[in-house]
Design a protein around this ligand. Structure first.
Ligand SMILES: [Zn+2]
Length: 301
């Protein structure tokens, strides 16, 4: 009896991990791509997300559990533009999975489908941890999400041809909802136009460009380097001449530097979710944008 029960439990565990109807095993590097794959793939996909919203996507450990997922993945969805340069190549190589290697259909780079901001004319490592392919933090422009969705749907249809119609139908419905949401967001966000902010890292550039916000400095002295007292003091002096409305950090950034500056400059410190799961309210792509806007609007006046 016990043996029989154990057998059932083991079988149930196997079925939970590999539902019979789920065709495509997806490994998403960041939560926004996991959320997008879920919108487009519905119950035809198994999704595992390599990082959570409280982790810095530049710096991730290629831990054994992640390696196991990479080994079994049919499709890896990442930002690219060298965001994951510190950990993804190792994951690809050590997985021994030929499907997910760069250049294969099983490797999808979201940033290839959008126009990138801040592409450096030359890469000088003395300038810090500069992203040579341009700014990779693309997920906070809804127009970028639109472009990535269209490309990702076609990739999923290519890899799982039997369900191609299903992916395309879901994507069409998603894009219709998304367009309506953009209209709503742009109306709501009107008061953010021209708002000056200090960011933690240069990871809000697409949001700023979309909404017409102006970033007048970053807490990091150079990209990828932690804030220093000297740099924060310089920023504080700068804010006396050019005031900012708020200091804006992403959920994964250490809030202390932002709080330090905000307190002295007598402006609010705001944390935005940055990706799905970054706050309680940001549970999918729609609520990620809803919550980002409502947090900024709360301090815009
Ligand atoms: Zn970055």
């Amino acid at each position: 009896m016990i043996k029989w029960l154990k057998g059932i439990v083991a079988l149930a565990a196997v079925l939970a991990v590999h539902p019979a109807f789920a065709a495509l095993n997806i490994l998403a590097c960041e939560p926004e791509w996991g959320a997008l794959a879920k919108e487009l793939g519905g119950d035809k996909v198994n999704i595992y997300v390599a990082t959570n919203a409280l982790q810095d996507p530049h710096h991730i450990q290629a831990r054994p559990s992640l390696m196991a997922r990479a080994r079994n993945a049919d499709l890896v969805i990442c930002t690219g533009a060298e965001l994951e340069i510190g950990w993804l190549p190792l994951l690809q190589t050590q997985s021994g999975n030929s499907k997910i290697q760069t250049g294969q259909p099983g490797y999808f780079e979201a940033s290839r489908y959008v126009a990138k901001l801040e592409v450096p004319r030359q890469v000088d490592r003395a300038q810090g941890d500069v992203h040579p392919g341009g700014n990779p933090h693309i997920q906070l422009s809804p127009y970028n999400i639109e472009k990535v969705a269209a490309a990702l749907a076609e990739r999923m249809a290519q890899l799982d041809a039997g369900e191609a119609a299903y992916y395309r139908t879901r994507t069409k419905a998603f894009l219709e909802r998304w367009k309506q949401a953009i209209t709503k967001w742009e109306k709501e966000a009107a008061p953010l136009k021209g708002m000056t902010i200090v960011a933690y890292h240069k990871n809000l550039s697409y949001l700023n460009a979309w909404l017409g916000m102006r970033e007048i400095g970053e807490l990091e002295p150079k990209p990828g380097l932690p804030p220093t007292t000297a740099h924060l003091s310089e920023l504080l002096a700068q804010l006396e001449k050019t005031p900012a409305k708020a200091v804006v950090s992403a959920a994964y950034n250490d809030p202390r530097a932002g709080e330090w500056l905000a307190e002295r400059a007598k402006i609010p410190a705001v944390t935005v979710p940055f990706t799905v799961g970054g706050t309680d309210k940001a549970q999918d792509l729609f609520s990620l944008y809803d919550d980002t806007l409502s947090r900024l609007l709360a301090v815009a006046k």
